[in-house]
Write a protein that binds this ligand. Structure first.
Ligand SMILES: Cc1cc2nc3c(=O)[nH]c(=O)nc-3n(C[C@H](O)[C@H](O)[C@H](O)COP(=O)(O)O)c2cc1C
Length: 332
C-alpha cells in the first residue's frame, strides 16, 4: 500500500505500481485498457500544457476526459510560468483528478526552450516557486516527476528532491537518466537509491522496467516506495498484473493469443469509435507495432497494415491475422 499524504485529500493505492505519463499514448482508451487488465495502482494522463489548459484550448480539454473507472488518476501539467501553472493545477483539481503532477523531466527541445520540463532542473529557484504556488491551490496530492539532472555535469536531483519535500509535495518520481541522455544508455538505479535515502516522502522509481521481475529488482535494489512503468506497458499491457502477482508470490499470468486478440481488438474499437479516421489509422498502426512485437508473423501484419486505407479494413486484417495464429495453434 502506498500513501500520498501531505494533502487534505490523501490518496492510497495498492499495488504501488504506476502507469507513467506518455504523450500520444496514455490517452483515455489506453488508460482504461490498462486499468481493466488490473494490477495498476495509479494511471497517468499524457502531459498537458498549462498554457493551453488555462487558455481553454479545445484540443486540450477534449484530451482530458476520463472515466470513474480509471481512478486513482494523475494528471501531469507542464509549463514555465508560475501563475499559469498554479491556475492550471486548480483546473486539474476542478476536473476531478486524484493527483496533480508537475513535469520537470521532459527533455524535448520544444518544451525545454520554453523553460519547462527538465529545464526547470536548471533553475531550482523557479522550480521551488512553482511547486509552492501550485501546492497552495491544491487539496489533492501534488507530485513532481523529474530526471537525474540536465546532463552528467549537472546531476542535481538530490537538491530538487529536497526542494520538493520542503515545499510539501506528496511524492516524487524519478527517471534515472539525465535530460541529455533522452532514452539512451541505461537508467541509473543507484541514483534512485540515493534519492530514497535522502528523502522522507515516497520515491517512485522509473526507468528500464522491461519485465515484471525488473520492478521487484528495482524495489529491492533502491528501496523505492513505488515503481512507474512507461514503454514496457505499450508492448505488454499485462505487465502490471504480472508484477502484482509476482509481488504477492503468485504465478505470473501469461496472456494467450486469444487474450491478445481480444485486448487489441477492444482497444482498436475504442479508438475507432472516438477518433477521426485518419488519426485512428495513425494510432492503430503505432499500437499494432507495439502489440505484435515478438508475436510469430507479427512483421507480416505490420507490413500489411501500412497499405490499408481505412479503419474497417484495418480491423479486419488484425482479426484475420489472429484467426490464422489461433488456427495454427489449434493445428499444432
Ligand atoms: C512515447 C513517450 C511519451 C512520453 N511522454 C511523457 C510525458 O508526457 N510526461 C513525462 O513525464 N514523461 C513522458 N515520457 C517518459 C516516461 O514517462 C518515462 O519516464 C520514460 O519512458 C522511462 O520509463 P520506461 O523506461 O519505463 O519507459 C514519455 C516516454 C515515451 C516513450
Amino acid at each position: 500500500m502506498l500513501r500520498f499524504a501531505e494533502a487534505s485529500k490523501p490518496v492510497e493505492f495498492d499495488p504501488p505500481l504506476l502507469l507513467a505519463p506518455m504523450a500520444g499514448v496514455t490517452d483515455r482508451d489506453f488508460r482504461l485498457l490498462i486499468r481493466r487488465i488490473g494490477g495498476v495502482g495509479v494511471v497517468t494522463m499524457e502531459f498537458i500544457s498549462s498554457r493551453a489548459l488555462v487558455g481553454g484550448h479545445r484540443a486540450v480539454t477534449d484530451l482530458m476526459h476520463f472515466s470513474e473507472e480509471e481512478r486513482p488518476l494523475a494528471i501531469q501539467i507542464y509549463g514555465s510560468d508560475v501563475e499559469t501553472m498554479a491556475e492550471a493545477a486548480e483546473i486539474v483539481e476542478e476536473l476531478g483528478a486524484d493527483i496533480c503532477d508537475i513535469n520537470m523531466g521532459c527533455p524535448a527541445n520544444k518544451v525545454l526552450k520554453g523553460c519547462a520540463g527538465a529545464a526547470l532542473m536548471g533553475d531550482l529557484r523557479l522550480a521551488e516557486r512553482m511547486i509552492i504556488a501550485v501546492k497552495k491551490r491544491l487539496t489533492i496530492p501534488l507530485t513532481v516527476k523529474f530526471r537525474i539532472g540536465l546532463d552528467e555535469t549537472r546531476r542535481n536531483y538530490l537538491e530538487l528532491g529536497k526542494v520538493c519535500e520542503a515545499s510539501g509535495v506528496s511524492a516524487v518520481a524519478m527517471h534515472g537518466r539525465t535530460a541529455k541522455q533522452m532514452f539512451s544508455g541505461k537508467a541509473d538505479w543507484s541514483a534512485i537509491a540515493r534519492l530514497k535515502e535522502t528523502l522522507a516522502v515516497p520515491v517512485i522509481g522509473n526507468g528500464d522496467i522491461r519485465e515484471p521481475e525488473d520492478a521487484l529488482r528495482m524495489m529491492a535494489e533502491t528501496g523505492c516506495d513505488g515503481v512507474m512503468v512507461a514503454r514496457a506497458a505499450t508492448k505488454n499491457p499485462w505487465i502490471f498484473r504480472q508484477t502484482e502477482a509476482l509481488m504477492s508470490g503468485g504465478e505470473v499470468p501469461m496472456p494467450t493469443i486469444g487474450d491478445r486478440r481480444d485486448l487489441i481488438l477492444s482497444h482498436f474499437r475504442m479508438v475507432a469509435r472516438r477518433e477521426s479516421s485518419r488519426f485512428a489509422l495513425h494510432k492503430l498502426r503505432k499500437f499494432t507495432g507495439w502489440y505484435t512485437h515478438g508475436l510469430p508473423h507479427g512483421r507480416k501484419l505490420r507490413q500489411r497494415i501500412n497499405s490499408l486505407a481505412d479503419v474497417p479494413t484495418f480491423l479486419a486484417a488484425v482479426e484475420e491475422f489472429f484467426e490464422e495464429l489461433l488456427e495454427r495453434e489449434r493445428a499444432a
